[in-house]
Design a protein around this ligand. Structure first.
Ligand SMILES: [Fe+2]
Ligand SMILES: [Fe+2]
Length: 295
């Protein structure tokens, strides 16, 4: 599949999805939204009316094509980590070569976005591994550079092989997913066992799952959960899929929720000074990672 195919890639750039998330979960309301998600009657926000046609089309493609078979095929293709060898900063520069419809004069580069997230975490005095997690959390988006369509790189993630929660954004688009007609996949637990833990659950394919596998030997569990589940809004913000989680998941999702505001609200128009910040981050990277990793 070609990356620059308008039909496969309705978003002008990947940030259009992030902007939609910010719209869906406005900063001032987030605390309330999160609290309400624990209770059954969630504050209703009409994200459907607010979504641009391109964003809707993006979710339609995502929900139609992210089947269990598709996920298994992408795991087989990528999880051998045989695509490239490179260090973390090199991967950041590689991600920066992603050319989309964004405007180079006004829009921030991918490196600038990553640094805004990590700098916001650093400014709040969080541990070094947390700052590093902010820096790298979206590096899995390099999947776009290998021809993966937007719907297989970004977007809210969800478990495959079990019933879709209506807490997943635009749940109506799942009717065209081939799994929708597989009875075994449409029970609450599907192919899984209740309380089996997310480790046993296959998530829709994207930048989160991919990066988790690249870095899983090098970071603490909290960081790995932040990376692996940061787009799993149905769970971390809406409270769905608790029946598949175990105690470890419940404990570590506190970290995912702690990370989320830095992901959603750290973007500002001011450009971070990449040159000045680089030595600090090169040191931080070297503290946790070898000079090259398998991607
Ligand atoms: Fe992300
Ligand atoms: Fe992000």
């Amino acid at each position: 599949m070609k990356a620059n195919d308008g039909q496969q890639n309705p978003l002008g750039d990947l940030d259009e999805w992030d902007e939609f998330l910010q719209q869906r979960y406005p900063e001032a309301e987030t605390a309330t939204v999160k609290k309400k998600a624990e209770e059954s009657d969630h504050t209703y926000r009409d994200y459907r009316a607010e979504a641009r046609p391109s964003v809707k089309e993006f979710y339609r493609l995502n929900h139609t094509h992210q089947s269990r078979d598709f996920v298994k095929a992408k795991q087989a293709e990528y999880l051998g980590l045989n695509h490239r060898r490179m260090g973390i900063w090199e991967a950041m520069e590689y991600l920066n070569t992603l050319v989309d419809d964004s405007d180079p004069d006004t829009d921030l580069t991918q490196i600038e976005h990553l640094l805004q997230t990590s700098e916001a975490i650093r400014a709040d005095g969080h541990p070094r591994w947390f700052i590093l997690t902010g820096l790298i959390h979206d590096l899995g988006k390099i999947l776009c550079l290998w021809g993966e369509p937007q719907w297989a790189v970004v977007g809210d993630t969800f478990p495959v092989g079990c019933q879709y929660s209506d807490k997943v954004v635009f749940p109506e688009f799942f009717v065209d997913n081939p799994d929708y007609k597989v009875a075994e996949y449409q029970t609450p637990n599907g192919v899984y066992e209740a309380g089996c833990g997310l480790e046993k659950v296959d998530m829709s394919w994207g930048h989160d799952e991919y990066l988790y596998h690249v870095v899983k030997d090098y970071l603490p569990d909290e960081a790995l959960y932040m990376i692996r589940y940061h787009s799993f809004y149905a769970a971390h913000t809406e409270g769905a899929y608790g029946h598949l989680m175990n105690d470890r998941d419940r404990e570590l999702f506190a970290a995912v929720r702690k990370f989320n505001p830095y992901d959603l609200y750290s973007k500002t128009p001011e450009r971070p000074d990449v040159k000045t910040l680089r030595p600090y981050y090169e040191d931080l990277i070297a503290e946790y990672f070898p000079p090259t990793l398998r991607w």
